[in-house]
Write a protein that binds this ligand. Structure first.
Ligand code: PMP
Ligand code: GLU
Length: 395
């Protein structure tokens, strides 16, 4: 904490996912053989047809500032995608393209939250929801879940968490970090509660939409009585392995999209021109073109669950989407291994880094201090070797 800095930044936690990835990188530079299972980042290269579109955009001399809310033809491709994949109808003023879904989320918090507004976060939740909400003055209210309920909230738990100050709910399905996927029926049951509280805006983060092993993706926005107050957040980072290209987008009620456009116009302007051109090609292609990645993630999920089941003390759900496992590791709390006492999930994650040379992320960062997150967006070889090392370090 530095008193010369703003109270805003002093109050903010460092992103645990990025911090762990940085730590792993640093150790690697020191010559340590670290296997990084901390970052949710597909190990595939960008599909060739998307790369070709980017190369063409460079050759075609795309270079200038882009419209703040995205190129018109990209917004049209997003509208078509929403119709094709989600049966959602939007007009161009309801779409805002941003520098990653992370910026979309930050825009939303900044334009919707006032000081003291409560933000419901079904826990475990993606690490940045909490600090982004707090940055905008919000107070986060976690709705706990358990592995027994597949880390999903019930309508009763949702209703119990609502107060007159509740302004927003943010969740992801498929969920980072639990891999849980809400079915249409489950979402409908939650919507039945939310319709009674018209002031609550729902942020539905669907960035893992295509990495879904149930093959059924449902969106809260697809319910007629929720459409006017649900914002869908999506992007190309995960499905197209374009994490570094930084393109995210929203489909939102018109008044919210216009506000995000205004916010973005003062903070970053339009997203990168080349990446936007490539995103048009990505979104216009059939999702079947990326199914090879989804198939690989499905195989790896089986592999990692099998390998984890051979290590004592890892209790897991069966993730239905995304590319993470989120095991409960409380079995190790209070135990001393190799003269190191493990009191909590942070100790455990650090122990795995130091003793197994495997980077994971503590569950605290995701609102569940009994778990750690392991990303299996890594090669088969790395997953096998990492699980071997973890087993050796723990037995
Ligand atoms: N939401 C979730 C649930 C995520 O896991 C991530 C991780 N990148 C993001 C949003 C942000 O994605 P982007 O790379 O588009 O900023
Ligand atoms: N979303 C990824 C993760 O959860 C990337 C890191 C980040 O943006 O926090 O690991």
């Amino acid at each position: 904490m530095n008193p010369k800095l703003s109270s805003r930044i002093n109050a903010m936690a460092t992103s645990a996912t990025l911090a762990m990835a940085a730590k792993a990188r640093e150790l690697r530079e020191q010559g340590k053989d670290i296997i990084g299972l901390s970052l949710g980042e597909p190990d595939f290269t960008v599909p060739e047809f998307v790369k070709d579109a980017a190369i063409k955009a460079v050759s075609d001399n795309y270079h200038a500032y882009t419209p703040v809310d995205g190129y018109g033809d990209l917004k049209q491709a997003i509208i078509t995608k929403f119709k094709r994949d989600n049966n959602l109808t939007y007009t161009p003023t309801q779409i805002v393209v941003s520098t990653g879904a992370k910026q979309s989320l930050a825009n939303l918090a900044m334009v919707l939250l006032n000081k003291g507004d409560e933000v419901l976060l079904p826990a475990p939740y993606w690490v940045s929801y909490s600090d982004i909400s707090k940055l905008a003055g919000g107070i986060t209210i976690e709705i706990p879940t358990s592995i027994e309920s597949d880390f999903k909230i019930t309508p009763e738990a949702l209703e119990a968490a609502i107060t007159p100050k509740t302004k927003m709910m943010i969740y992801s399905s498929p969920c980072n970090p639990s891999g849980s996927v809400y079915s249409e029926k489950e979402l409908r049951a939650l919507a039945d509660v939310l319709v009674k509280y018209p002031n609550i805006i729902v942020i539905s983060d669907e960035i893992y939409e295509h990495i879904n092993f149930t093959e059924n993706h449902a969106s809260m926005a697809a319910f007629d009585d929720m459409y006017d107050r649900t914002v869908v957040v999506n992007g190309v980072s995960k499905a197209y392995s374009m994490t570094g290209w930084r393109i995210g987008y929203i489909g939102a009620p018109d008044w919210i999209a216009r506000a995000c456009n205004k916010m973005q116009g003062q903070i970053t302007s339009g997203a990168n021109c080349i990446a936007q051109r490539a995103t048009i090609t990505a979104l216009e292609s059939s999702p079947s073109k990326i199914s090879y990645m989804v198939d690989a993630f499905k195989e790896r999920r089986k592999m990692i669950l099998d390998l984890l089941s051979e290590i004592p003390g890892f209790v897991t759900n069966e993730p239905q989407g995304a590319f993470y496992v989120f095991p409960n590791i409380t079995y190790y709390f209070g135990k001393t291994l190799r003269r190191k006492t493990i009191n909590n999930a942070s100790d455990f994650s650090l122990y795995l880094l130091e003793e197994a040379n495997v980077a994971t992320v503590t569950g605290d960062a995701f609102g569940d201090p009994n778990c750690i997150r392991i990303s299996y967006a890594a090669s088969d070889k790395d997953i096998i070797e990492a699980m071997k090392r973890i087993k050796e370090a723990l037995t």
